[in-house]
Design a protein around this ligand. Structure first.
Ligand SMILES: C[S@@+](CC[C@H](N)C(=O)[O-])C[C@H]1O[C@@H](n2cnc3c(N)ncnc32)[C@H](O)[C@@H]1O
Length: 296
């Protein structure tokens, strides 16, 4: 049984079994995130601290507040921001990014031939470091050729998307960005902050998309879908459903990149797995077995 937690002079009320199950269900139904019993104290602290801010002492009362009407929707977005894991960083997965670089190199001539812009989607982009990283790589490879590209970052949390849109990060983030990008992809704003350059920012857009509702997303025919460290919080059946929907949103020949080891046992008739120990990725076949184009 979890204990009440003291925060300053106030005490966070205890989340009993009934309340835990109720909140766990709401979170999974709305975000897909499964909160195991081992994370009960995290849930209790996060809910309890928010309730203290609102002057509430009762989990049922807060549940009602969050699930009712337009004000409930606003409060829900604050809560989602507190309950989701938003850890991210620039150039987080060097092996996957090298693979993306190779992939872009491989499709550049086809993009030029068809006069196409490279479309990249970062799913569950958190505060934007991942989409900006992908844009820096695309700019480095395509900018000098005068080719167009765009990167869309999506996330469920509106609060984290606001941070992403600002393009501003603590100066220490520079340590994560390879030196070759420093002179043109970012600039220091102050002794505390850096800003992603306007050249990169103007190629990136951010939008709220819940991966449970991908059918409502207008994103289609993506050349690269990057979805790392998002599905690990979901149950396996739900991960499969989301990946099936992402597969449909790849352009023929397009690349889906997951975090290493995420969903190695998943298969999709439109996709070929990439055989590499360093990345977990899939490429969409160019056409169906009947020879018909798979582009939707
Ligand atoms: C750990 S971060 C991953 C960030 C980035 N992809 C990376 O690997 O560095 C997980 C992100 O997934 C988002 N997320 C969680 N549930 C989601 C959902 N149902 N739809 C869209 N995004 C979701 C969270 O808000 C969070 O920003």
């Amino acid at each position: 049984m979890s204990q009440s937690i003291r925060n300053g002079l106030s005490t966070v009320p205890e989340l009993d079994d009934v309340q835990f199950t109720r909140w766990q269900g709401l979170l999974e139904e709305r975000t897909g995130m499964y909160m195991p019993i081992q994370r009960r104290s995290f849930l209790q602290t996060s809910l309890g601290l928010r309730m203290l801010e609102l002057g509430l002492r009762d989990y049922s009362e807060y549940f009602q507040q969050v699930t009712q009407g337009p004000s409930g929707a606003i409060e829900w977005s604050t809560l989602v921001d507190r309950l989701t894991v938003q850890e991210t960083r620039f150039f987080r997965d060097p092996d996957a990014l090298s693979f993306v670089e190779e992939f872009i190199r491989g499709i550049t001539s086809s993009l030029i031939e068809h006069d196409e812009s490279l479309e990249i989607w970062s799913v569950g982009c958190a505060s934007g470091e991942e989409p900006y990283t992908l844009a820096m790589i695309a700019e480095q490879m395509l900018g000098s050729l005068g080719m167009s590209y765009s990167v869309t970052g999506t996330d469920i949390s509106t609060i984290v998307l606001r941070k992403a849109r600002s393009g501003r990060y603590p100066l220490r983030a520079l340590e994560r960005i390879p030196i070759k990008f420093h002179s043109w992809a970012v600039q220091p704003l102050s002794s505390q902050q850096l800003e992603v350059s306007s050249k990169i920012r103007k190629r990136c857009c951010f939008s709220q998309v819940n991966v449970l509702n991908l059918k409502n997303s207008p994103l289609q025919s993506q050349h690269i879908i990057f979805c790392q460290n998002v599905l690990i919080y979901f149950r396996r059946w739900r991960r499969r459903e989301i990946l099936d929907a992402l597969a449909q949103r790849l352009a023929p020949g397009g690349l889906l990149v997951l975090g290493l080891g995420e969903m190695v046992d998943w298969k999709h008739p439109l996709l070929e797995p990439v055989h590499s120990g360093q990345v977990t990725a899939f490429v969409r076949k160019q056409s169906t077995s009947s020879g018909e184009s798979t582009r939707r």
